[in-house]
Write a protein that binds this ligand. Structure first.
Ligand SMILES: [Fe+2]
Length: 127
């Protein structure tokens, strides 16, 4: 059973998928089983990778780490997700962007909240 919201990567072509509905099959790409990406909280440069959640006037802001992360062609934060019990909110970045995302949501409706981000070199990180 593939759990919803899990992220899988093909280590051959680089495809990344997120499970929206769980099924019993194996996720395959390029004739190989896709790798489940573990959500990390420690490892190389956690201060550059762990997402930080802040409440704003309009909702919730997700910033990446206490130390700026490179946003270069071959090493960057590709996206962040804010995960709540009401839904998943995502912002995708490109090299040169500032990897901050503000999501205009009503926080009074939310009981659970977390964030995660994907670095093109260092993988998936969670708050
Ligand atoms: Fe990184």
């Amino acid at each position: 059973m593939k759990e919803i919201k899990r992220i899988y990567r093909c280590n051959i072509c680089g495809n990344i998928v997120e499970v929206l509905h769980s099924g019993s099959g194996t996720l395959v790409c390029c004739n190989n089983e896709m790798q489940l990406l573990e959500e990390k909280t420690e490892g190389i440069g956690p201060q550059k990778h762990i997402p930080v959640i802040e409440q704003t006037e309009n909702g919730i802001k997700v910033k990446i780490g206490e130390v700026p992360h490179p946003m270069e062609e071959d090493h960057c934060i590709e996206w962040v997700e804010l995960i709540t019990d009401n839904g998943v909110y995502r912002k995708v970045f490109k090299p040169g962007d500032t990897p901050d995302a503000e999501f205009k949501i009503n926080i009074e409706d939310i009981n659970q909240i977390s964030a995660r981000e994907y670095c093109s070199i260092h993988g998936l990180w969670t708050s």
